[in-house]
Design a protein around this ligand. Structure first.
Ligand code: GDP
Ligand code: ZN
Length: 299
């Protein structure tokens, strides 16, 4: 008894100055843990999202080890992400499909599963209905799509189910309603929201380090949105094709290294012509492909 050391497992939910707040996997209690010196000296520091083993020693607790990570994001800095919710809107603001497709490619590149959330459906008017339906049809073939309204609550029950038992990251341009969505899912979070008119999109989330927020209906969501500030310029143009899931489903092209731009015998181009592959998705691919080429030629 007394000071016997007990090793327990917990989820690292946030850092407060030099210590980590760990939620015990069994008791669900939060414990403030100190980091062993070797975590500071070596490169493998614990991250938010890590499952750690910690030891309770008297009145304090120390992180002893980190369990193997399934993945690791750099922005926000978080481990073991199960899914990314890519949030977009058709109106207020009207997010261009190119922006959507770039973000989806970034998520593919991080090898994370994607769920598309179209928010603010309460604002879609009759005149925009067919465009909206077309977009849903295009993306439903590729990823799960949820049409929701953070304002009216439409679709939020579905979203709550989606979050359960997982660590999720929200992604998406500024103003699409990411903070509002989280606040509606968990009113006690009190996240700051902004008007679309204050269009800087920067600053709000850059200073604080990531934190896992626990939803009352289950599941964890990272408080800092991801992917918005990243681009694909570091990528090899020849690798871009692997980030379009509909290309992977298609048959073989004449050339095995076909990048589906101007090669003869390209199955992808044929499928774009017949409408099997969405022309707008293919256009985004071409635009990104040439964008990457241009940048790499400049260097
Ligand atoms: P974020 O930058 O993605 O976090 O976006 P915010 O959550 O700050 O929301 C931007 C603006 O959109 C705010 O004025 C919200 O009140 C508004 N908004 C968010 N969701 C909805 C919705 O479903 N319907 C409507 N009409 N407005 C919304
Ligand atoms: Zn091809």
């Amino acid at each position: 008894m007394g000071d016997a050391i007990v090793i327990r497992r917990g989820l690292l939910v946030k850092f407060i100055s030099d210590s980590a707040i760990v939620e015990d996997l069994e008791t669900r209690q939060r414990i403030r843990c100190f980091l062993r010196g070797r975590f500071r000296r070596t490169k493998t520091k614990p991250l938010v999202g890590d499952i750690v083993e910690y030891a309770e020693v008297g009145n304090s607790a120390v992180i002893e080890s980190i369990l193997k990570r399934r993945n690791e994001l750099t922005r926000p800095k978080v481990a073991n992400v199960d899914q990314v919710l890519a949030v977009f809107t058709i109106v207020k603001p009207n997010i261009e499909v190119f922006t959507v497709d770039t973000m989806l490619a970034l998520i593919e590149n991080a090898a994370l599963s994607t769920v598309i959330v179209i928010n603010k459906v309460d604002l879609i008017e009759a005149a925009q209905k067919s465009k909206f339906e077309q977009i849903v049809k295009t993306y439903e073939r590729l990823y799960p799509v949820h049409c929701v309204s953070a304002k009216t609550g439409k679709g939020l029950a579905e979203l709550r189910e989606l979050f359960k038992g997982k660590i999720s990251v929200l992604a998406g341009p500024s103003g699409v309603g990411k903070s509002t969505l989280l606040n509606s899912l968990s009113p006690s979070l009190h996240l700051k929201t902004s008007e679309v008119s204050s269009k800087t999109g920067r600053g709000r989330h850059t200073t604080t380090s990531a934190e896992l927020l626990e939803l009352p209906t289950g599941g964890w969501v990272v408080d800092t949105p991801g992917f918005a500030l990243l681009d694909l310029s570091h990528l090899n143009a020849e690798k871009l094709k692997y980030l379009w899931p509909e290309f992977r489903q298609s048959g073989e092209c004449l050339f095995s290294d076909c990048v589906h731009i101007d090669e003869p015998g390209c199955t992808i181009k044929k499928q774009v012509e017949t409408g099997q592959i969405s022309p707008s998705r293919y256009e985004s691919y071409r635009k990104l492909y040439f964008g990457i080429l241009e940048r790499s030629e400049k260097q």
